[in-house]
Design a protein around this ligand. Structure first.
Ligand SMILES: [Zn+2]
Length: 203
């Protein structure tokens, strides 16, 4: 039993590293760094990263992108025998999609105490009134995932402070020379939303 648990834990870390690579893709595109992969029979069948800014789509979270790709890969909207790995606790929308897709197992890294819907704010995946209850494991590589988010928001805040403190003419050249966009109002709220505390591991 202990050996099984250790092997499972190792597998979870392996696939969470793959999800973290997706989060880095988001980071490279100046998106909030969240990544996800979906595993079926021990193989990654779909990947996704947060593309909300690029697509200007409020629903384009990493989990949604991965779920849509997995359904296409399997030719089936029911993602049976699948596990979803994601670097941040799913929000209410993504938890709803997980239930609708019948995903039996969800593993996330960092908790989201402001918007997480797998135990932090809501617990949609354990809601008795719903007809599907995935197994949930939290805290896998939470430090790495949380640090990436913290670094992202620290850089975004610094960029914003520098922009505000510069004289108007300097602001224009400053903005064009900086790859990281100034904070939008939605990102500002995310700064508070993703004020991460260390995930409480329930592994
Ligand atoms: Zn979400």
């Amino acid at each position: 039993m202990l050996l099984f648990w250790q092997m499972q834990n190792k597998n979870d870390e392996y696939f969470m590293h793959a999800a973290l690579r997706q989060a880095r893709k988001a980071l490279q595109n100046n998106e909030v760094p969240v990544g996800a992969v979906i595993v079926h029979n021990g193989r990654i069948i779909a990947r996704g990263w947060n593309e909300r800014e690029k697509k200007q789509d409020p629903c384009r979270h990493a989990e949604i992108a991965a779920i849509q790709r997995a359904a296409r890969a399997l030719g089936n909207w029911r993602l049976l025998d699948c596990a979803l790995y994601v670097t941040l606790e799913p929000c209410a929308m993504c938890a709803g999609a997980i239930v609708l897709a019948r995903i039996p197992r969800v593993i996330y890294a960092a908790a989201d105490p402001k918007a997480g819907a797998c135990g932090s704010v809501f617990n949609i995946l354990a809601e008795k009134k719903l007809n599907h209850h995935p197994a949930v494991i939290s805290g896998v590589l939470a430090d790495e995932a949380g640090q990436m988010l913290k670094d992202f928001f620290r850089a975004a805040r610094k960029n914003e402070v520098e922009r505000i403190s510069l004289p108007p003419r300097a602001v224009a050249s400053h903005l064009t020379s900086r790859p990281l966009r100034s904070l939008s109002s939605s990102q500002n709220s995310l700064t508070a939303k993703y004020s991460l505390s260390k995930s409480s591991s329930t592994q």
